[in-house]
Design a protein around this ligand. Structure first.
Ligand code: BGC
Length: 779
């Protein structure tokens, strides 16, 4: 009896000394942790990013090709968790040493394409599928959604992001996050914040007003935090008003946690060199996890605490948040990952979501095709045969296949010209080898492992084009653009079309039109291109974006009318790239070392890198609409094969908490389809200058049959009508009469109504004040 009691006491003492983590004993585990263990938990555990550099946690290779891990502390039952890239699907190595098994993941549509669906339910479904693959491939967090604003069409990573509008960005991101996290895995909403350019992204100082920060660059994140509670948020590389985001207390604590109530963890973005940013500052600012993690960072935390430069309270606060995150993960729950997600079922989801994101920009009536009369198509353009499913960089996905236009049309019963197929296929084989052989090693983003590459367009002689016009029933010209991480796009070769493309458009249109046959241009690009100089030539233009691995099938579904197009642009397509006021400061004042002198990103010469946000809040349509500028295609634009009426608009102020808006949408055409009701709001004249109209709500109908109608009801919380009042650090909704417009684009308004709104004020922290005077654009 006595002996049993002693044994039990010893056993309890041992247990007390070494508790194993559970959701209920975080305090106890923290008490048992040494300073070294705490520091270890705040520093990423394993990666293959830095080649032969030591790894902190020793968990390298948990999931080959995943971007990183958090560190394990087995003594206390703390597992490593695995972070994998996204956002268009799970990015892991498709093959592994020692096994013939493959680990391909579904390539879903890129961010811009997903957002162009304006369908939050559909985006959630995509999120669920991505969350499922994350879990089945033994990962805990997908590093997405990408939520940065399309400040300028030249940003290399716009394809990963959603829109030039923060409200749409927030809503689409929340839908994606809720979908992913319904699978009990996490997201990392990124890149927090104001990371709207790639040039010198690890050092550029984004100088902007508090108002532009709050209303434009942070609003989307705020909506996502409040409506979907991301497990993690990734701080961006850049500085904001002189301070790195990753070590910015104003951003990571005052705004994110104090103002918005965020409860999850913040992690850093990846490149290890912090260029003058101490790890201690990051910990203090509220950055909980240094990724991918280096031993020196751990050492810095330990020494910081020992020397008194870093308080143990700050460390403990972040450690607690890490543990609260870890207990939610599949790794903690030892989820038996199958490594066999249902790629076939997910292919159907990606095909459907891409169809809804494709935007019909022009149609003279030639579409949809009657497959009885259009049997053979002449396919022009390199990307018809090298169809780009996604962008390059960490946002690429290793997919099992990509359906190109040849295959997509074939699956729809349409054959393609053999001669052209032969020419282009052989050219692409040659171009691929040449491109890789001639690639500068510093241009890592141009390697095949970083995503599909685009090869220079070739010219096709008018003689051959004329022959094709005789034998084919129609022509398609695919105009492709590739872009990605680490580099922005240039105007001449990437935004504008190149001479070979211009020749192709004019020659093909001339030849086919001469024999009465239609020409369709398919845009296979993650971001905006110039269209105004050539859009009058073809009979139809379809913006397919980079629609994921089922791309060719999705485009064929639209061409043949299997699916009625319902995608809407989430950004303005300007006539010229320089029409955006931000272009004069994009990528800003930057002097950088040459490619030869750099090791990864282009390295700036210290002290010379900033971009002034002189356009302030006038980003995208806020500028084009307020300043009444002509555009190629307006925000929210997208054609359909059927027609809709939007009538019977009703607006009601509900207890000054929200505005309820309803509208009846009726299919007045002859084909089933969906329509998006977009609500733009004009505020009454107050003390703060405002854009003419801002998007404040939207809803998409279900598929309506001809003659069928649906009442859409939307709510706008009064706080979402507020502008940011810098003088008083508050959100302010002025009282007065608000005008609500419902349209099918910002320039196609169908109904108007007004409602009286009382003043609403929400005090927030005085954060992110600019340190230099900005020459801000005013009306
Ligand atoms: C990118 C992130 C990505 C991370 C890990 C960074 O360079 O900016 O978006 O998640 O690498 O691959």
């Amino acid at each position: 009896m006595f002996l049993t009691a002693i044994m039990a006491t010893i056993c309890m003492m041992t247990m007390n000394a070494q508790p194993k983590l559970s959701a209920g004993n975080i305090d106890e585990v923290m008490k048992a942790m040494t300073l070294e263990e705490k520091a270890k938990l705040l520093v990423g555990g394993a990666n293959n990013f830095f080649g032969d550099q030591a790894v902190v946690g020793g968990e390298a290779g948990l999931v080959a090709g995943a971007a990183g891990t958090s560190s394990a502390i087995p003594r206390l039952g703390i597992p490593a968790t695995v972070l994998t890239d996204g956002p268009a699907g799970v990015r892991i190595d498709p093959t592994r040493k020692g096994t013939t098994q493959t680990y391909y993941a579904t390539g879903f549509p890129i961010g811009t394409c997903l957002a162009s669906t304006w369908n939050t339910d559909l985006v959630s479904k995509v999120g669920e599928a991505i969350g499922n693959e994350t879990k089945e491939y033994r990962c805990d967090v997908i590093l997405g959604p990408g939520m940065n604003l399309h400040r300028n069409p030249l940003c290399g990573r716009n394809f990963e992001y959603y829109s030039e509008d923060p409200f749409l960005t927030g809503k689409i991101a929340a839908a994606y996050i809720n979908g992913v996290q319904s699978q009990n895995v996490g997201v990392s909403a990124k890149h927090f914040a104001v990371n709207s350019q790639e040039t010198v992204r690890t050092s550029v100082d984004e100088r902007l007003s508090q108002r532009a920060a709050r209303e434009i660059y942070l609003r989307g994140f705020e909506i996502a935090v409040r409506e979907s509670h991301p497990w993690t948020i990734m701080a961006s590389y850049n500085k904001i008003n002189g301070e790195f985001s990753m070590g910015n207390r104003d951003l990571l604590t005052s705004i994110l946690r104090d103002d918005w109530g965020y409860q999850g963890i913040v992690m850093t973005d990846w490149i290890g060199i912090r260029q003058g940013l101490p790890t201690i500052t990051e910990v203090q600012a509220g950055n909980d996890l240094m990724e991918p993690g280096q031993p020196a960072q751990m050492k810095e935390i330990i020494e910081g605490v020992k020397s008194g430069k870093l308080s143990i309270e700050d460390v403990d606060r972040n450690v607690r948040r890490m543990l609260e995150y870890i207990v939610k993960t599949p790794s903690f729950h030892q989820y038996p990952a199958s490594n066999k997600p249902d790629i076939k079922a997910h292919a159907a989801i990606t095909r459907q979501s891409a169809c809804e994101g494709i935007v019909l920009m022009k149609n003279n009536g030639c579409l949809p095709w009657n497959t009885q009369t259009v049997k053979t198509v002449a396919l022009f353009g390199e990307n018809s045969y090298n169809f780009l499913s996604g962008g390059v960089g960490s946002g690429c996905v290793h997919t099992p296949y990509v359906v190109d236009m040849v295959e997509g049309l074939k699956n729809a019963g349409i054959s393609t010209s053999e001669k052209l197929t032969d020419i282009y296929r052989k050219y692409i084989d040659f171009a691929r080898v040449k491109f890789q052989a001639e690639r500068h090693p510093a241009k890592w983003f141009q390697s095949e492992a970083m995503g599909q590459q685009k090869y220079p367009e070739i010219s096709i002689s008018p003689l051959l084009i004329n022959k094709e016009a005789k034998s084919a029933d129609a022509a398609i010209i695919t105009i492709g653009r590739q872009a990605g991480e680490g580099i922005d796009r240039d105007i001449d070769n990437e935004f504008n079309i190149v001479p070979e493309e211009r020749a192709l458009i004019t020659d093909v249109c001339n030849a086919f039109h001469a024999v009465g046959k239609p020409v369709i241009v398919v845009i296979n690009s993650g971001s905006v291109i110039e269209t105004a100089s050539w859009s009058n030539y073809p009979d139809a233009i379809l913006c397919a974006w980079q629609p994921g691995m089922e791309g060719g099938n999705s485009v064929a579904d639209i061409l043949t009318g299997k699916v009625c197009p319902s995608g809407k642009l989430t950004m303005t397509w300007p006539i010229a790239a320089t029409d955006h006021p931000s272009t004069s400061n994009f990528p800003g004042q930057i002097d950088f070392f040459s490619f030869e002198q750099m090791a990864g990103d282009r390295r700036p010469i210290p002290g010379h890198t900033y971009t002034n946000h002189e356009e302030d809040i006038y980003v995208g349509y806020r500028y084009f609409d307020t300043f009444q500028k002509a555009v190629a295609y307006p925000f929210g634009f997208g054609l359909s094969y059927t027609t809709f009426s939007l009538d019977n608009m009703k607006v009601k102020n509900v207890r000054n908490e929200s505005i309820e808006i309803s509208v009846t949408v009726k299919n007045t055409g002859s084909m089933s389809g969906k329509e998006v009701a977009q609500v733009y709001v004009t505020a009454p004249q107050g003390n703060i200058e405002k854009p003419t109209r801002e998007l404040k709500a939207f809803a998409k109908t279900r598929e309506l049959k001809p003659g069928e109608q649906q009442v859409l009801t939307m709510q706008i919380p009064i706080r979402m009508l507020a502008s940011f009042d810098e003088q008083n650090s508050q959100w302010l909704t002025d009282d007065g009469l608000y005008t609500f417009f419902i349209g099918t684009s910002i320039r196609d308004i169908r109904c108007v109504a007004t409602a009286k709104v009382n003043q609403y004020i929400e005090k927030v922290s005085n954060a992110l004040a600019p340190k230099v005077k900005l020459n801000i654009l005013h009306k």
